[in-house]
Ligand binder design. Structure first.
Ligand SMILES: Nc1ncnc2c1ncn2[C@@H]1O[C@H](COP(=O)(O)OP(=O)(O)OP(=O)(O)O)[C@@H](O)[C@H]1O
Ligand SMILES: [Mg+2]
Length: 410
């Protein structure tokens, strides 16, 4: 059948979905609607069995005749038989007058027996008779009545299992199963979901005068991937509830997930467990090593400052704040360094202070000596001395006063 015709039929029946499964179902409706054949609709709850039953009736020559729906699961078993086939006055307590049943009410039209798997066995006998002979006996009556009724039955049970359990008559099962339309669950035709969402959302928003800005693409994905155990009924209700609850914003995946799965409780705080820092193990390790290297370099520079004063000023930035992306971007060290076993930093090549003095000399003494000798070397020219020491002239003046040094003016 051409796609155009299928789409037109879908539109007139209000059946959404462009999946192959839905299109095939619509084709079957088109083929069987004009006949009087009994149709069995099977499928999970909410897959659209009722919408299909409606479509079959509306697409048949009986469309102007009654369409009677009977939910066999909702009517108490003792009453179902008289509801379907009527009863004769006095046939049971409370039968104060003759009453026509649904089959007579549906004459020339269609009867939709929903949840047929719930029908009691004795009622099934009467149903089989109607299907085979087009006649039935009302409860308490002995005169057969004739009707022309098309039967559509639906079930969300597996009737073969019910037959095995002897809860459903085998002969009736074979009589009704000739044309069976199996409604696929929504999760097996997820491609239908986005258009269904759009349609349900727009219809509901328009009906209720609600401004609706749509779902974000990621929200759509979440909805598409969800299993929808309640199928289209659940999807429709969910979309409508989201539209009521949204506050004029685009509906995001977070909003959808919160409503679908509820709030997930935060994991309880366990102080002994490692804290999540949002970094990979490699990255965290690398940063730790770099941090240690920076600290070592800073210490070396400090030693240099008070000894040779020959190192270029180090533009030190706390590694906690800013780390170079790559270790090779570090400025080259002027001297080779190595870490002694006790963890103390030593300089490999010729040392400025004699090894024997180490342990007996303070930073102040070294600094004082260094400034005094540098001053002397540059003939007490402050600018040249400060440049050589890589300190400011102001600092040099301060140090001269602090250490009571000769500044050439005295
Ligand atoms: N293909 C579809 N297009 C549009 N609406 C659909 C479709 N399928 C189902 N629906 C809607 O989903 C809801 C449930 O559908 P329906 O009542 O037909 O399901 P069901 O199979 O009879 O479920 P149950 O077994 O619980 O009776 C209805 O509101 C119906 O309009
Ligand atoms: Mg139904």
């Amino acid at each position: 059948m051409e796609l155009d015709r299928i789409s037109r039929l879908q539109q007139s029946f209000g059946i959404l979905g462009e999946s192959d499964q839905i299109r095939e179902i619509v084709e079957t409706i088109d083929q069987v609607a004009g006949t009087n054949i009994t149709v069995l609709l099977s499928g999970e709850s909410g897959t659209g069995k009722e919408i299909i039953a409606n479509a079959i009736h509306k697409h048949s020559t009986r469309k102007h005749q009654p369409f009677i729906k009977v939910n066999c699961g909702a009517i108490p078993p003792g009453i179902l038989e008289s509801e379907l086939f009527g009863h004769i006055k006095g046939s049971f307590t409370g039968a104060i007058e003759d009453r026509k049943g649904y089959f007579e009410a549906a004459n020339n039209g269609t009867i939709f027996l929903d949840e047929i798997g719930e029908m009691p066995l004795e009622t099934q006998v009467r149903l089989l008779r109607v299907l085979e002979l087009g006649e039935f006996l009302p409860v308490g009556g002995s005169d057969a009545r004739h009707v022309d009724v098309r039967v559509i039955a639906a079930t969300n049970k597996d009737l073969t299992v019910e037959v095995d359990k002897e809860k459903f008559r085998k002969d009736l099962y074979y009589r009704i199963k000739t044309i069976t339309i199996v409604m696929p669950p929504l999760r097996k035709r997820a491609e239908d979901i986005p258009k269904m969402i759009d349609k349900f959302a727009l219809d509901f928003a328009n009906r209720n005068n609600i401004i609706f800005k749509g779902f974000s693409p990621t929200a759509m994905n979440v909805l598409k991937e969800y299993g929808w155990p309640g199928n289209t009924r659940e999807l429709k209700n969910f979309i409508e509830s989201m539209i009521v609850l949204q506050k004029g914003e685009v509906i995001t995946s977070a909003m959808v997930e919160k409503r679908l799965f509820g709030e997930r409780p935060e994991a309880p705080f366990t102080p002994n467990l490692p804290m999540k820092i949002g970094k990979s193990v490699d990255q965290a390790e690398r940063e730790l090593i770099l941090q240690q290297l920076f600290m070592m370099r800073r210490e070396i520079h400090e030693i240099h400052d008070v000894t040779v004063g020959a190192m270029p000023p180090m533009n030190y930035q706390s590694p906690a704040v800013q780390l170079p992306g790559n270790i090779s971007t570090l400025p080259p060290m002027k001297r080779q360094e190595k870490v002694a076993e006790e963890g103390e930093v030593v300089l490999d090549d010729d040392t400025i202070i004699h090894p024997d003095k180490i342990g007996h000399i303070s930073m102040e003494e070294v600094e004082r000596d260094l400034i005094e000798r540098t001053l002397k070397k540059f003939n007490y020219k402050k600018r040249q001395t400060a440049n050589a020491l890589k300190i400011s002239e102001r600092t040099l003046y301060r140090k001269i006063i602090e250490y009571k040094l000769k500044d050439g003016n005295v």
